[in-house]
Design a protein around this ligand. Structure first.
Ligand SMILES: O=c1ccn([C@@H]2O[C@H](COP(=O)(O)OP(=O)(O)O[C@H]3O[C@H](CO)[C@@H](O)[C@H](O)[C@H]3O)[C@@H](O)[C@H]2O)c(=O)[nH]1
Ligand SMILES: [Mn+2]
Length: 727
């Protein structure tokens, strides 16, 4: 294989400068803590201020240390699917089971889920080897209806894509990108699609499947499973084989892939474990039907943007030289419809790309919930410590001999989808996707890697998958708030990455996972840096060294060093400068909203005061909001408590800055307050959309008056309180 490798990798040139800089920065940090110590020892005033700054800097320094793991050995990989033919014949490609999760037809419109399914069904891959399993946690007949329609449409769509070598195999994306081809074939397929879409959407609006849409007794039988007592939280299992490989043919007479709809049994009496629970049901049901050795997990909005993606993944699966510990290939989450400057930092480039290439040079990237090809074996214990499932049929090496739709298979499939099936088994603890965190993706990948599995990051230029992003601030922040809660669940478990992770995987991998586990800790320095410099200005005390003090330059170096390096990381990975500016703004905003509230909710839950769930991110496009998003305007609009701290801090810093300016013009000692003024200025620049929303806008997306009023009150309270602390 030497001449025609399946994949290659190269180490990035920035590695050595990164390491040198890390040493330099570490020395600066030691000096900083020395300075903190002497300040605390030598002054007997403003102890709370100094301790707050010390705590903030300690957390920032710890987070800095964790990022060094990502910068230690970043690599770029490239897959060469054109060389696959030298290694294996098409007929010997492994079978592929695709898992698509959806959970609410009103937040995740079924037509979108259908598009995702169609895009993978149409992969450039032997069709009879593909099986698509759709998990519907919404337990909705509307979603099943959409999929019965999709099964029919697929018989036209798959041959159309393959004959015309189409790249966008999600019909919605295809018709969006190509609206000027007027061949008859194009027109026909478009009519079929529009027709399906209209039916699916009108059924959704009506909330039930009308008689006129039911085409056979078989279909009627399926829809009648929604008997009167059927609710999304309490219903029996529904499994519907909509297409059966090779029994069903497309219009050209070729095989269709398997397409199976599953809504697992739900009962109020047993916890369903959200997405991890759904994925484990899919693991088991698919085991009874096809038991493919390769599994692809997909969120319902993440459609395939490149039909050759599975072949890229195969380059790693079929390489005998990769260690036997190879567990999964992760493609980054990438998105469509992000506005030009990415105002909400939705690209999450650091999370999905920059940190991933760093981990790729170690044991491999973390799992991000979607766009990931797993070896089925990875869900059953470590590479050399197989954990056998409770029944032989679920074992990763079991060969299924009966047909997907046969009675025996269906009986078994129903059995393993029961809500009580997992009682007394290893599912969720030692087997399958792991329970115990709202970020089941992060947690599962982490546990697999602790068991010894390695992974690979695959980031082709053309995005392999594209998904939706939240288009209003509240949705965007609620999503990261859920992540923060999920991460804290891991941090405060016995699997904390600093202890358990470093022990199982070594210091660098442990630090990589610790970086995420401690994300919510950013709330502390970001909040304190938002409060103390302006309060110090107002109280005429100093939080930082004066400009004439040599220590000032240490602060300047630490601030600029971190910022410039962050900027370079972003831009060298192909990021746009404007997007970086918004990315760092959103980092600040998340710190004082998502992370702060996530930590608070986690604390309440731990004390038994409240319980949290998985709030699904909205994927419905509101036209008015979308227009504003396209223009790059922040959408506030709702009186969300998430907006309170950021508005308070924005107002406080503005007031302090103005007061600071007045004192400077009066007394003329600019150098004494430069650092505090600079921090206020920095907060103000990042708060620009907030000022706009509070004072300048009149549209529905402006800051609700209650938020502004409460925030102003909070500023007053903070100011009064600070006069007791700062002396
Ligand atoms: O009880 C549930 C809740 C969610 N989902 C599905 O999980 C997916 C992700 O949900 P979404 O609301 O889109 O959350 P995001 O925050 O956008 O998702 C990210 O974060 C999640 C963990 O919080 C991961 O599961 C996802 O893969 C990752 O993309 C969707 O397909 C949902 O249908 C379920 O199947 N069952
Ligand atoms: Mn999502």
């Amino acid at each position: 294989m030497g001449e025609n490798p399946l994949h290659t990798l190269k180490r990035l040139r920035r590695t050595t400068p990164n390491r040198v800089f890390a040493l330099l920065y570490m020395c600066a940090l030691i000096a900083l803590f020395y300075h903190h110590t002497i300040t605390l020892l030598h002054s007997n005033t403003n102890t709370i201020l100094h301790l707050s700054m010390l705590l903030s800097d300690a957390i920032l320094a710890f987070m800095w240390a964790t990022t060094q793991a990502f910068r230690y050995r970043p690599i770029h990989r490239e897959a060469h699917p054109e060389n696959l033919k030298n290694v294996v014949h098409k007929n010997d490609y492994p079978a592929l089971d695709v898992f698509i999760c959806t959970a609410d037809p009103y937040k995740e419109p079924p037509i979108g889920v259908v598009n995702t399914a169609l895009s993978v069904m149409a992969y450039e891959y032997p069709t009879e080897k593909i099986s698509v399993y759709v998990s519907d946690d919404g337990g909705s007949v509307l979603t099943l209806f959409a999929f019965t329609e999709a099964a029919r449409f697929a018989k036209h769509w798959l041959p159309f894509c393959k004959e015309n070598m189409i790249m966008e195999r999600s019909p919605e994306a295809y018709f969006r990108s190509k609206h000027s081809n007027f061949s008859e074939e194009y027109r026909n397929i478009k009519i079929l699609y529009e027709d399906m879409k209209e039916k699916v959407e009108s059924v959704l609006v009506r909330g039930s499947v009308g008689d006129e849409y039911i085409r056979s007794e078989h279909e009627r039988g399926a829809f009648e499973k929604w008997s009167p007592g059927f609710t999304r939280n309490n219903h029996p299992t529904v499994i519907q084989v909509l297409l059966e490989s090779c029994k069903d043919k497309d219009i050209g007479g070729h095989c269709m892939p398997n397409l199976v709809y599953i809504s697992r049994e739900k009962s109020k009496a047993s916890p369903h474990k959200f997405k991890a629970g759904a994925l484990n049901v899919l693991l088991r049901v698919s085991a009874t039907m096809t038991n493919a050795p390769v599994i692809l997990t997909q969120d319902c909005d993440m459609y395939s943007n490149d039909p050759k993606t599975t072949l890229r993944a195969l380059c790693y699966f079929l390489d005998p030289t990769l260690s036997p510990e190879f567990g999964y290939v992760q493609f980054p989450q990438r998105f469509h419809g992000i506005n030009k400057n990415d105002i909400y930092g939705s690209e999450l480039k650091r999370l999905f790309e920059i940190n991933s290439i760093g981990m790729d040079g170690l044991n491999g990237p973390n799992y991000v919930g979607t766009g990931c090809f797993f070896s089925r074996r990875a869900f059953f214990g470590g590479p050399s410590s197989f954990v056998s499932p409770e029944i032989q049929e679920l074992s990763p090496n079991n060969v299924v001999i009966q047909n997907t739709g046969s009675d025996a298979v269906l009986t078994m499939a129903h059995r393993v989808a029961d809500c009580n099936y997992e009682q007394g088994t290893n599912w969720g603890s030692k087997m399958g996707f792991r329970y115990g965190s709202l970020v089941e993706d992060y947690y599962t990948g982490y546990r697999l890697q602790c068991e010894g599995w390695k992974s690979v990051f695959c980031n082709p230029d053309r995005p392999a998958f594209l998904g939706d992003v939240p288009i209003n601030l509240n949705d965007a922040l609620s999503q990261t708030k859920r992540w923060a809660i999920g991460l804290l669940e891991v941090t405060f478990s016995k699997y904390n990455p600093v202890t358990f992770g470093t022990k199982s995987m070594g210091i660098l991998m442990g630090l990589s996972y610790a970086h995420y586990a401690f994300w919510p800790a950013w709330a502390v320095p970001i909040t304190l840096y938002g409060l103390f410099p302006p309060l110090a200005l107002l109280g005429q005390v100093s939080a930082f060294p004066k400009i004439s003090d040599p220590w000032f330059y240490l602060y300047a170096f630490l601030f600029l060093g971190a910022y410039v390096q962050d900027f370079l990381d972003f831009v060298l990975e192909g990021g746009m400068i404007q997007r970086w500016c918004n990315d760092q703004r959103m980092w600040n905003i998340r710190g004082i909203s998502s992370y702060l509230f996530g930590a608070a909710e986690f604390a309440f839950q731990s004390l038994g005061i409240s319980a949290f769930g998985f709030n699904i991110t909205n994927k419905v496009m509101d036209d008015e909001q979308n227009k504003k998003y396209e223009k790059g305007l922040f959408e506030f609009g709702v009186s969300s408590p998430l907006f309170l701290p950021m508005t308070t801090i924005a107002i406080l810093n503005l007031v302090a800055f103005v007061v600071g300016l007045i004192t400077i013009t009066r007394d003329g000692n600019f150098g004494a307050v430069f650092a505090e003024m600079f921090m206020c200025g920095y907060v103000m620049v990042n708060s620009w959309p907030i000022y706009e929303a509070v004072a300048l806008r009149t549209d529905r997306g402006r800051m609700p008056t209650t938020i502004t009023l409460v925030s102003t009150l909070l500023v007053l309270i903070l100011y009064l309180a600070s006069s007791f602390i700062l002396t």
